[in-house]
Design a protein. Structure first.
Length: 145
């Protein structure tokens, strides 16, 4: 199977960093992270978005980056135990592990991430990220150019 090129990876990370860095909630341990994730997974928004399932959160110490391994597993180093990173990884579980191969940070991911930010971080964070998407030329709709 051909791997889909992830053309906007750096743009997405830049937009996220510029708009949401130090804006959200940080969690002290995996217990708090799991409570937060369970709040998201039990929401009507999540169930409508992608159904309901369990997400296993692994201790990501020793890793440089947070990671969604598959549809049900994410790893979070200590620095990544914050809502924006968790939502980013949850967006990967929705978009990147279905039957259709898409770019890891492509339009589908960017749109899903933006929606999750709006629902779980609030309108202000959503508007900041959306503006940063525009500034950094992140494509997040079928018609954005």
């Amino acid at each position: 199977m051909t791997k889909t090129r992830d053309n906007q990876r750096q743009k997405v990370y830049r937009a996220e960093r510029e708009s949401l860095h130090n804006k959200g909630e940080k969690f002290k341990d995996l217990k708090e992270v799991n409570t937060y994730i369970n709040h998201i997974l039990s929401s009507h928004y999540w169930k409508k978005l992608n159904g309901s399932w369990h997400i296993e959160v692994r201790d990501g110490r020793g890793r440089k980056a947070a990671c969604a391994f598959d549809r049900e597993t994410i790893a979070l180093p200590k620095w990544a135990r914050q809502d924006v990173v968790i939502i980013h990884e949850l967006a990967h579980t929705v978009v990147n592990f279905n039957s259709r191969k898409v770019a890891s940070h492509g339009r589908e991911f960017a749109k899903t991430f933006l929606g999750l930010v709006k629902r779980f971080m609030g309108r202000e964070s959503y508007l900041l990220l959306k503006e940063s998407y525009k500034k950094n030329h992140v494509h997040y709709t079928a018609t954005s150019g």
